[in-house]
Design a protein around this ligand. Structure first.
Ligand SMILES: [Mn+2]
Length: 354
């Protein structure tokens, strides 16, 4: 298991020199942020990012994300040009030594929350989702939620939402299939592993179709093209926001098939109504058993990339909600600690059985 940390480039308030000081940190997960979605990431920009990361004793082997242009998701006529650009970006990333590319196929918005600063009893703040609040929003009247992408004008958003209403789930699957049929062979040839991130949260929102929500969706996705290059970012927190998703079982199933290329480790406290908030990584604080999740990874000889997903804001830190330094660093150390325990216990058991 290789521990990584997401970093938003030079605009990130957290310096690489701080991330390096987190015990057991292997590498950085980042992206080229100054190229428009749909355009090719030039080799020199990727190299510059890589050198910057390596100058701090860290590796850059995972990209999160190379975003998929909405026109690809919508299946518009110009998708072929955009897919060709995406393919070239993958070749350029491979040329720079990148191994894994995280992406998602969520229409319009990568994630949805109703609060970015829910106050927990200990005074920390966290991201939260209230199902009733979402149900009461009429998207045709405009959507105002914290963190909601303000790059869309209200009219533009209305048009996009209407376009996706027409697309629906099956056409979105067809568009994802078309994308994968063109991209996976390129990734495979270049030595890049594609890793789709599930929908966050894993349910339809505002009438937008959502297709990467549960075990059956993940299995369907992998069946489109049976290649090691067609894999998953298994996000425990995203999938865990639906009580019906058994994360430990998902790890067993898909790690056994060697299709989990990137693990997002996040704990959430969730209820049957679908409300949830993000907790510290500690199992006792949320609904997920992080030790059981890591044990399942270990059982299948997992040696891939992981990262503490979001963290709370603690100790007065301010910055990008979910992406502070302190709680994610605590998460990384906690997860590394669990892993050390699991590895040592397993080795001991193996010795006793000799
Ligand atoms: Mn995630």
């Amino acid at each position: 298991m290789k521990m990584t940390f997401r970093w938003y480039g030079t605009n990130d308030p957290i310096p690489l020199s701080y991330i390096r000081q987190i015990p057991g940190m292997y590498g950085i997960v980042s992206a080229v942020y100054d190229v428009a979605v749909g355009e090719i990431w030039p080799v020199d920009k990727i190299q510059a990012l890589k050198q910057q990361v390596e100058a701090h004793g860290l590796k850059l082997e995972v990209i999160e994300s190379v975003p998929v242009h909405e026109d690809i998701k919508l299946g518009k006529p110009n998708r072929d040009r955009l897919i060709a650009n995406y393919a070239q970006t993958l070749r350029n990333l491979a040329q720079c030594g990148l191994q894994v590319v995280c992406y998602n196929f969520m229409p319009v918005f990568d994630w949805t929350r109703t609060s970015l600063e829910k106050i927990l009893p200990d005074g920390s703040t966290t991201l939260a989702f209230d199902a009733t609040t979402i149900a009461e929003i009429d998207p045709s009247a405009g959507i105002q939620l914290p963190g909601w992408d303000s790059s869309y004008q209200p009219e533009e958003l209305k048009t996009l939402l209407a376009e996706y209403q027409e697309v629906g789930e099956e056409t979105l699957w067809a568009n994802l299939t078309y994308f994968l049929q063109h991209i996976i062979p390129v990734a495979e040839a270049a030595g890049i592993k594609m890793a789709i991130h599930p929908d966050d949260p894993p349910r339809p929102i505002f009438g937008l179709p959502r297709i990467v929500k549960n075990r059956d969706d993940l299995a369907r996705l992998l069946a489109i093209i049976d290649s090691p290059a067609n894999g998953l970012t298994l996000c425990s927190g995203s999938l865990g926001a639906d009580c019906n998703n058994d994360i430990v079982a998902l790890v067993h199933e898909f790690a056994a098939r060697d299709r989990i290329h990137f693990a997002h480790l996040r704990n959430v406290k969730v209820n049957a109504a679908g409300d949830f908030y993000e907790t510290s990584h500690r199992s006792a604080d949320g609904s997920l058993d992080m030790a059981a999740i890591l044990s399942a990874y270990h059982q299948h000889g997992f040696s891939g990339y992981v990262r503490p997903d979001h963290g709370r804001m603690i100790w007065g830190e301010t910055g990008k909600p979910g992406y502070g330094l302190f709680d994610r660093a605590l998460g990384a150390v906690y997860l590394n600690g669990l892993w050390e325990g699991i590895v040592k216990q397993a080795n001991k058991t193996a010795e006793m059985n000799v």
